[in-house]
Design a protein around this ligand. Structure first.
Ligand code: GCW
Length: 674
């Protein structure tokens, strides 16, 4: 049957290679698990489902392996040799006494081990000497849904919300469980179900019951539910005169609300807060700081295990200021003032999920505050659900960037996982990686079937940021699309190159944000908006001399927010790597770059070769036709056709617009747009 993409990477189609299937079957004659808690039961069910599909036969479940051999044994024990070196959610898979033994300290660890074993089989690895040990490097691995109660998703491109609020709590769509399975298979253990531009409605008893129904479905998959909160809820919902975080009545209101939430959801994960950002209310409305606001919520949460995740995405509507610097300016003075229950969640870059950004200078500069990282999986600035952009290289580029805060090797990943500043020793503090979800009600979850790889890659990297983009793409392709080796190679290669191709026709050389509201079509000329910093010209600064935002000491000096070693990489326009050039320098049109071309010619080269490369993507995709499902093949082909059309559109819009400043001809061999 045609594959509609619903099963994601959990397809479990029958293995056609008979010797391999037979070898697997010999090692999977039974599943033994002796403690049927709900989470462990999920592990067993997943193994059963997966093996049934892959092997084409039912595998019986027994309570104890006894003296039997040739099966899979799940064991959960808080201590002992089997779990030595594992953290709470880690797992170890070994072959012992002719059984495959999955060990973990917790049921969740066993669940992740079960999925790891299935992945091992799905990707065709040998079973005989299986030996896998893995620990998640980050404790909280979360999706953030920007879903509104009216069913729409802010920056969502795959239909409406998955949550059927009007049917909940009585009607529980089976899809919620499939959502949980997919996330658990990656190790995702938390989900914020509503938009950070939060409606207070989610905090009403009516909605808490609905959220509780979701939590009940997610719990057996080790996933906790979190809510985004509207900071002014005490006023709008509670009828108080203020939402001042230091007001006793306000504090009591939140404490009562937190108690109420826990009556519905005893293991509630916590709050995510966007405050004093893009018009949202916050503590500054009352002359208080972000720390005052966060700590007030942390105090309300004190009797429980829940956390307060406070976003650092802040900037002011000031045409003279550099938005790049805003979060660092507002948050670094607060370092050390946050309650231990608070995590500050920082976007990967200083502006806003652009196709390529330098890492946020907050990373490494708040040593006393656990900093979580927020990536955007949904393709707000990456061509929505039509353009194919595989994001693992974008995530990795940030994670592997060196902040130098504790000398060489202090990468963003190591700041986030706690190894640079030892957040783990600071009490109940946590480490966090969040991804803004790209899921929606489309049958295939993500609109573009290839965008499933971005959800997948985010989850895998949240678990282990050392995995390579290549390995993740390869794994995903084999689990989702095909096992035909040539096709796997081709698709993996296409995915790996896709992000740079997009950057080339969209925002090359460090350009950013050529959009206004919708964030889709090219609008580099946009010069009026409700806010001066929401125009496009604010970001690229094109003029008769050149292009780019001067962030050196002659300009905004945002570079001063980085360590000297980082600054040195970027501060000199002669040596600044080209992908970051216009992030930091206003460069004359005629200046020769390290590529040997002038700025103008280099820009044209990027726009033209970028758009041409989409042709290459189409050709590569055409080559895998026989190896992938026909319906999926046609779907992706159509999207690539659209992508090509739009890449030309980007190229021509930028080139013709910038030409009005540069006053240079389009260089040979490129021709004028028709
Ligand atoms: O990039 C901007 C988006 C907004 C979003 C905001 C944020 C949820 O355009 O839609 O609001 O970021 O991250 O808060």
């Amino acid at each position: 049957h045609a594959d509609d993409g619903y099963r994601l990477w959990l397809k479990y189609d029958l293995i056609n290679d008979i010797p391999r299937r037979t070898a697997y079957a010999r090692s999977a004659q039974f599943i033994a698990a002796n403690k049927p808690s709900p989470v462990l039961q999920s592990a067993v069910t997943e193994l059963q489902t997966g093996l049934q599909g892959l092997l084409g036969k039912a595998v019986p479940v027994v309570a104890q392996s006894g003296s039997r051999t040739g099966g899979i044994v799940l064991t959960v024990a808080p201590s002992g040799a089997d779990v030595q070196g594992l953290n709470d959610e880690g797992y170890r898979i070994v072959r012992r006494q002719n059984n495959i033994v999955i060990s973990a300290k917790t049921d969740a660890g066993a669940l992740y081990g079960a999925f790891a074993l299935l992945r091992h089989l799905q990707t065709g690895q040998p079973i005989d000497q299986v030996s896998l040990t893995s620990n998640p490097k980050v404790k909280l691995r979360m999706l953030n849904h920007w879903d509104n109660p009216n069913g729409a998703i802010e920056r969502g491109y795959a239909g409406g919300t998955l949550w059927k609020w009007y049917e909940l709590p009585e009607t529980v769509d089976p899809r919620y469980r499939d959502y949980a399975r997919a996330n658990a298979s990656l190790g995702i253990n938390g989900t914020v179900v509503n938009n950070v531009n939060a409606s207070p409605r989610l905090l009403t008893g009516e909605y808490l019951q609905k959220v509780a129904a979701l939590a009940n479905v997610f719990r057996p998959y080790g996933i906790k539910v979190y809510l985004s909160v509207y900071f002014a809820a005490p006023k709008t919902l509670g009828g108080l005169k203020t939402s001042d975080p230091l007001d006793p009545q306000v504090r009591q209101w939140w404490a009562d609300k937190v108690n109420e939430i826990h009556r519905y959801i005893p293991d509630f994960g916590g709050f995510l807060v966007k405050a004093n950002s893009e018009g949202e209310p916050g503590p500054q409305d009352y002359g208080r700081t972000h720390a005052d606001g966060a700590n007030m919520l942390a105090a309300a949460m004190k009797p429980y295990s829940g956390l307060v995740i406070w976003r650092a995405f802040v900037y002011k509507a000031d045409p003279k200021a550099d938005r790049f610097k805003a979060a660092h300016e507002e948050f670094t003075p607060l370092d050390g003032q946050f309650d231990p229950k608070v995590i500050v969640q920082v976007k990967n870059g200083p502006i806003d999920f652009q196709p390529r950004e330098p890492f946020s200078p907050l990373f490494g500069n708040m040593p006393k505050t656990p900093l979580g990282i927020e990536f955007q999986i949904t393709q707000e600035y990456l061509g929505f659900a039509t353009h194919t952009v595989y994001e693992a290289p974008l995530f990795k580029e940030c994670l592997e960037a060196d902040t130098y805060v504790n000398g060489k090797g202090s990468t963003v990943a190591k700041v986030v996982d706690g190894s640079v500043h030892g957040y783990r020793n600071a009490g109940p503090t946590q480490t966090l990686m969040a991804g803004v979800a790209n899921t929606g009600s489309d049958r295939n979850w993500t609109g573009n079937p290839l965008a499933q790889a971005n959800w997948y890659a985010f989850g895998r990297l949240a678990w282990d940021h050392t995995l390579s983009s290549d390995a993740i793409a390869n794994e995903w392709t084999r689990m989702t699309l095909t096992s035909e080796p040539q096709a796997v190679k081709r698709i993996t290669n296409l995915l790996l190159k896709s992000r740079d191709i997009y950057v080339d026709y969209n925002t090359p050389l460090g350009l950013s944000r050529p959009w206004t509201g919708v964030h889709f079509a090219p609008e580099p000329w946009q010069n009026n908006s409700s806010r001066p910093d929401w125009t496009a010209v604010y970001y690229h600064r094109a003029d008769s001399v050149g292009l780019g935002f001067d962030r050196t000491p002659t300009g905004s000096n945002a570079l001063a927010q980085y360590r000297p070693e980082v600054r040195r990489q970027w501060e000199n326009p002669e040596t600044c790597p080209l992908p970051y050039l216009l992030w930091f320098h206003h460069v004359p049109w005629t200046k020769p770059l390290s590529s040997g071309r002038t700025l103008w010619n280099e820009l044209c080269t990027r726009f033209y070769t970028g758009a041409d490369s989409v042709q290459w993507m189409r050709r590569e995709w055409a080559q895998v036709k026989s190896a992938v499902d026909p319906a999926l093949f046609a779907d992706v082909s159509g999207r690539l056709d659209t992508q090509y059309k739009e890449a030309l559109w980007w190229r021509d819009a930028w080139v013709l617009y910038l030409q009005t400043f540069a006053r240079q001809p389009i260089p040979a061999p490129f021709k004028k747009p028709d």
